[in-house]
Write a protein that binds this ligand. Structure first.
Ligand code: GDP
Length: 445
């Protein structure tokens, strides 16, 4: 099979020290030969794999001085022959070099095409490719870790082991089908049941990690609510440490949802500060009120802010709306008033930045919890969660029908379970699933 040469800029297109362009296909070295003059004696055609060569890169209309490296397939990222140019990271420089590569016969790669080729060539599984996207897109340490678990094929290994166990069960059933009475031998029944139960338990253990894993990947949503002027925007600013929300003495100034994110113990916390919940005939503010109801529904935790110097029945009305949610009540403005409130979980001052670290820790406890090992392995992709659930259902159905259905019928449920597991690693994924995953990549990866 021939694979045309594809090319792309693999680094972000911006002024930077270095940029990398990548060509993958049948003959990237032929392209490099026509546009790279090494300083040393070795000609491009004789480049040793995995070795950097310094030289002149001839772009479209200008030259740059940089490096060229050749990776010989299958020992490359894509499994094909790959050439990389490392040039200076200017936008015009990088684009000019890409233009030259394309003029020499390579085609511009589509989103994720390098990784798709790697998958097609068996260099990584589908879940590993997904982990790679997660790592690239993650803005938090915990998101990177969750992606790395997938990328390094740890989930794939667990899935493959389960599939191997199921394959053994199917072989056992197949062997027993040769008996005329078409029923499982007593010893086989026990073995099949034990193995399937074991696999179901493993699946359930993985499924249990999903809620936390998803939070580690996407971050924790925190909705800040409270009546106008309690200091919500000030508190958000203090937490974010910069002036994003508008702070004003006029009650009801924060009309739009103001958002910002911080890391707490390596986990991303995304805050939404909303307009105070109150009756209003001001149209713009009404929109803010609707938005804050939306925030209420979408938040993992609600941070309810009270002004310690001005606690009124309006606070109680809001409290009634949020008291059944996962709630953290912060009484603000302790710098000017030390009044206690029975609803309070914590006392803070946005102005003096008092007790903010404690507030962050409390938010962490309320959402992630204290007993979670953030270095553990977590399921974080909805697609994997869905496939595992499907596999579990099929295997449980098979378990409950042992002895009641013929062996070939039993085998169908078990095989469906095997297939569902295979969707995760890509062994049984459809073309649609595969295309959908790679389309989420950026060009150049
Ligand atoms: P929001 O309407 O709830 O978002 O409240 P703002 O953040 O706009 O704050 C309303 C007013 O309270 C502003 O004048 C702030 O400077 C003031 N304020 C906010 N936090 C504190 C605080 O901790 N102490 C004091 N003394 N004033 C504060």
């Amino acid at each position: 099979m021939t694979n045309e040469n594809i090319a792309a800029i693999s680094t972000a297109l911006s002024a930077s020290g270095v940029a990398v362009l990548r060509i993958s296909g049948d003959s990237p070295l032929n392209i490099a030969e026509k546009m790279f003059t090494p300083v040393g004696k070795t000609g491009v055609a004789d480049f040793e794999p995995n070795k950097m060569y310094v030289g002149e890169i001839h772009a479209d209309g200008f030259n740059d001085f940089g490096m060229c490296v050749y990776f010989k397939g299958p020992k490359s990222f894509t499994g094909e022959d790959v050439v990389e140019f490392h040039c200076h990271g200017g936008i015009a420089i990088t684009k000019g070099i890409l233009k030259k590569i394309l003029s020499l016969g390579a085609r511009l790669a589509t989103n994720g095409e390098f990784t798709k080729r790697a998958f097609m060539n068996g260099k990584l599984s589908l879940s590993s490719a997904e982990g790679l996207i997660d790592m690239i897109n993650s803005e938090s340490e915990s998101g990177v870790k969750a992606g790395y678990y997938l990328y390094r094929e740890k989930l794939t290994a667990e899935i493959n082991a389960m599939q191997d166990d199921i394959t053994d069960v199917l072989a056992q059933i197949d062997a027993d089908m040769d008996f005329p009475e078409e029923d499982l031998e007593q010893t086989s029944t026990v073995a099949v049941e034990t193995t399937l139960k074991n696999v179901v338990e493993k699946i359930q253990a993985l499924l249990k990690t999903y809620r936390t894993g998803r939070t580690l990947k996407n971050g924790v949503q925190v909705g800040i609510v409270g009546k106008p002027n309690t200091g919500k925007s000030s508190l958000l600013n203090a937490l974010l440490d910069y002036d994003k929300a508008i702070v004003s003495d006029v009650a009801g100034t924060t009309r739009d949802i103001v958002e910002g994110s911080i890391d707490i113990n390596g986990v991303r916390f995304n805050f939404s500060d909303t307009a105070g919940i109150r009756e209003s005939d001001d149209k713009v503010e009404e929109l803010g009120v609707t938005l804050s109801k939306r925030v209420l529904d979408q938040s993992d935790v609600i941070l309810f802010v009270l002004d310690g110097s001005d606690i009124t029945t309006a606070d109680q009305e809001i409290y009634a709306l949020v008291k059944d949610k996962n709630l953290l009540v912060a009484v603000n403005k302790t710098d000017k008033c030390d009044k206690k409130d029975e609803r309070a979980d914590i006392y803070v001052s946005a102005l003096k930045k008092d007790n903010l670290d404690e507030l962050k820790q409390m938010l962490f406890e309320k959402t992630i919890g204290s007993g979670v090992d953030l270095n553990g392995d977590f399921l974080c992709e909805e697609r994997h969660f869905a496939a595992l659930n499907k596999a579990k259902d099929k295997l449980i159905a098979a378990l409950s029908s042992i002895g009641f259905v013929s062996l070939d019928i039993l085998a169908i449920d078990i095989k469906d379970g095997w297939d569902a597991l295979g969707e995760i690693s890509g062994r049984t994924a459809t073309e649609d699933i595969i295309n959908n995953i790679f389309s989420k990549f950026c060009v150049g990866k």
